[in-house]
Design a protein around this ligand. Structure first.
Ligand code: ADP
Length: 207
């Protein structure tokens, strides 16, 4: 099962992705976490992306696609992946489709957490106070939101056209959002097994 968690910065993607890793054993692939780890380690990549991230801009497609490729390669037997903060551009989404296709799999569903900008601003102000992430300052946040609207939101019609997009209210509390996510995934799992399993195997309870 490959899931894309979709939404603007601070929509709650990371929180829901972490819950899914513990509940379902899927692997969270957060390009933001990977890039922050590179930054903290002081690697060549980290130094290259530090300034871009701090001002709230997007790192190049090439870099994030390579990070994702590496993780897909390193986790070949995984039950599923949760893509969190990736893809963020149409080029990234196309690269992901291709990469999964070569591995005989695909994006199964895209879950959009719908939130409004005012609430996001409040969340970011709190996170800035608590965690001190440089890109959570109001100026960088404005840039991140702008980038989301210009470069990431166009992915919504891309995935809608593939019939993969589900939307949920991201303003509800964490448990309610998590229940909504679970419902969507369970529907997908049932739909898939009914579609892919021959009728006689289902009747006999065979795998
Ligand atoms: P948030 O969802 O709160 O915006 P992330 O942790 O996903 O934060 O990303 C933090 C920063 O890392 C982004 O603002 C951007 O600079 C960089 N980044 C993360 N993922 C991508 C991506 N897929 N493409 C380009 N840049 C990315």
């Amino acid at each position: 099962m490959n899931i894309v968690l979709f939404g603007p910065p601070a929509a709650g993607k990371g929180t829901q992705a972490k819950l899914l890793t513990t509940e379902r054993g899927y692997i969270q692939l957060s390009t933001g976490d990977m890039l922050r780890a590179a930054k903290t380690s002081g690697s060549e990549l980290g130094n290259k992306v530090a300034g871009i991230m701090d001002r709230g801009d997007l790192v190049s497609d090439e870099i994030v696609i390579a990070l994702i490729e590496e993780q897909l390669e390193n986790n070949k037997g995984a039950a599923g992946f949760i893509f969190d903060g990736f893809p963020r551009t149409v080029a990234q989404a196309e690269a992901l489709d291709k990469s999964l296709q070569t591995r005989g799999t695909s994006v199964d569903c895209v879950i959009r957490l719908c939130v409004d900008d005012k609430v996001l601003l409040g969340r970011i102000e709190n996170r800035f106070k608590e965690e001190g992430r440089k890109d959570d300052n109001p100026e960088a946040f404005k840039i991140r939101l702008g980038n989301y609207n210009e470069q990431t939101a166009p992915l919504l019609p891309f995935y809608a056209a593939q019939g993969k997009l589900s939307e949920i209210d991201g303003l509800a509390d964490i448990d309610t959002v998590s229940t909504s996510v679970a419902k969507i995934l369970d529907m997908h799992n049932t739909g898939r097994s009914l579609r892919t399993k021959p009728f006689w195997k289902r009747i006999l309870g065979l795998k």
